[in-house]
Write a protein that binds this ligand. Structure first.
Ligand SMILES: CC(C)(COP(=O)(O)OP(=O)(O)OC[C@H]1O[C@@H](n2cnc3c(N)ncnc32)[C@H](O)[C@@H]1OP(=O)(O)O)[C@@H](O)C(=O)NCCC(=O)NCCS
Length: 179
C-alpha cells in the first residue's frame, strides 16, 4: 500500500475530478483500435455529454442503497469504487485507479469498503471482454464468469453507429468468497 492515501465517501462536488479520472482511465484501458474502439470513443467530449454526466453524477449520489468511495493522494483523486444494493445482489461499478497508481494496493483498499457494504450478498459486475488483465484480477479475488447471464454488446450513444463492444458478467458468490 502506498503511503498517504485518504479514502472518503464521494460528494456531488467531486464531479469534475471524478469525470477526469474515469475519462483518462477508460481511455487508457479500453482503447483498442482492432475493435474499432479508438481514443475518440473515450474523449473528454464524450465524457462531457449529458448522458455521460448523468451517469457519472448518479454514481456520486449516496444513499442507503449506494455508496461511492474515492481515494486521494495529496488531495489528488486517484481511485474510485461504487457499490449498489440491487436487492438480491450488490452491483460493483465505477472501479478505477489512475493508471500511474495501479498495482500499489489502492484498488484492494477500495474493494474492501465495497465488500463490507455488500455484507455477504453476492457481488456482480460487467466488464469488457478485452479487459483481460482485470478479468484475471477478479478471478484471483474469487469472482467467476457468470455463464448463465452470458454476454452482451455495449454501445454508447456517443460512439459511431454500429460500433459495439463485447461484455461479460462476473459474480463473487457469498458461498465461495475467500475475502
Ligand atoms: C482494476 C483496478 C481498479 C484495480 O486497482 P489497483 O490499485 O490497480 O489494484 P491493486 O494494486 O489493489 O491490486 C489488486 C490485485 O490485482 C493485482 N494486479 C494489479 N494490477 C494488475 C495487473 N496489471 N495485472 C495483473 N494483476 C494485477 C495485484 O497484484 C493485486 O493482487 P493481490 O490481490 O493478489 O494482491 C485498476 O487496476 C484499474 O483501474 N484498472 C483499469 C480499469 C478497470 O479495469 N476497472 C475495472 C472495471 S470493471
Amino acid at each position: 500500500m502506498v503511503k498517504i492515501v485518504e479514502i472518503r465517501i464521494a460528494k456531488g462536488s467531486d464531479i469534475e475530478a471524478y469525470t477526469r479520472l474515469l475519462q483518462k482511465t477508460y481511455q487508457k484501458t479500453y482503447t483498442n483500435n482492432k475493435l474499432g474502439l479508438t481514443k475518440n470513443c473515450f474523449s473528454r467530449a464524450v465524457f462531457a455529454t449529458k448522458a455521460s454526466q448523468d451517469y457519472l453524477k448518479s454514481n456520486l449520489r449516496q444513499n442507503t442503497n449506494q455508496k461511492t468511495w474515492l481515494a486521494f493522494i495529496d488531495s489528488k483523486l486517484v481511485g474510485s469504487i461504487t457499490i449498489t444494493n440491487k436487492g438480491d445482489d450488490c452491483e460493483l461499478k465505477g472501479f478505477y485507479v489512475a493508471s500511474e497508481m495501479q498495482g500499489k494496493g489502492i484498488g484492494k483498499e477500495l474493494f474492501q469498503r465495497a465488500l463490507r457494504f455488500a455484507r455477504g450478498k453476492d457481488i456482480v459486475l460487467d466488464l469488457y471482454v478485452h479487459n483481460r488483465k482485470t478479468i484475471a484480477m477478479y478471478k484471483k479475488w474469487g469472482f467467476k464468469i457468470d455463464k448463465k447471464k452470458g454476454i452482451f454488446y455495449r454501445h454508447w450513444p456517443e460512439w459511431p453507429e454500429g460500433l459495439r463492444a463485447k461484455c461479460l458478467y462476473m459474480r463473487l458468490s457469498k458461498w465461495t468468497s475467500q475475502q
